[in-house]
Design a protein around this ligand. Sequence first.
Ligand code: NAP
Length: 223
Amino acid sequence: MTTYKIAVIGGTGPQGRGLAYRFATSGHTVVIGSRSDERARDMAADIARRSGEHALVSGADNTTAARSADVVILAVPYQGHAELVASLADQLAGKVLISCVNPLGFDKRGPYGLDIADGSAAEEAQRLAPEAKVAGAFHHLSAVNLWSGAEFLDHEDVLVCGDDEHAKTVAAALSCAVTGRDGIDAGALRAARHLEPLTATLISINKRYKTRSGIHIVGLERD
Ligand SMILES: NC(=O)c1ccc[n+]([C@@H]2O[C@H](COP(=O)([O-])OP(=O)(O)OC[C@H]3O[C@@H](n4cnc5c(N)ncnc54)[C@H](OP(=O)(O)O)[C@@H]3O)[C@@H](O)[C@H]2O)c1
């Protein structure tokens, strides 16, 4: 297995923390990124305690974290996303950037996908960090499930999209840390226009059925 040095921007939040925990448990080196290096170090210590004695987890401000890594995960709210990505464009140049950002709104009728000028958050990130190799992945995993334990979420699939084959391959391989198998290639980066708002449907199902729903694709031959 190829191991990566992975910066998780927004790694102090539930989704970034959960992904970081899974990556660290699988032998990747993880750097938690935050606007506050103190918050990042505190979260890194929590994740390291939970991930076992061999886990390699540290914390740093977002810029330092992104600069130090081969692969960068964006796990921040859509609000503030553009400013953050633009501020990290230099550090992201040439790197694989994987976005799990879901631009969602909520009103009386429930969750819905926001209209995004670039089509999706992932495409916005590609515009703002043009030299990054952007993929979308991990949009449909529950943060609670990610953090709940080390067992693979092998009843779920990770859908990956992107225009850069290397970025898609890395995102698909990192999915093994979560589900125990490669992520599924779901198409070009513009597929993020469908994958990101699909999360609104999962949240509606969760509310209605009091569950944590996920995605599982049928019709594929599996190992
Ligand atoms: N929660 C889930 O179950 C889930 C599932 C799938 C996908 N996602 C997606 O994953 C992303 C993160 O979700 P989350 O629930 O972990 O989010 P969150 O807790 O709201 O935010 C994550 C972290 O982002 C940083 N942050 C917040 N506002 C920011 C801003 N304006 N600029 C820069 N950094 C900011 C904060 O870290 P610092 O204050 O330490 O910088 C925060 O701890 C979202 O786009 C969400 O749609 C979430």
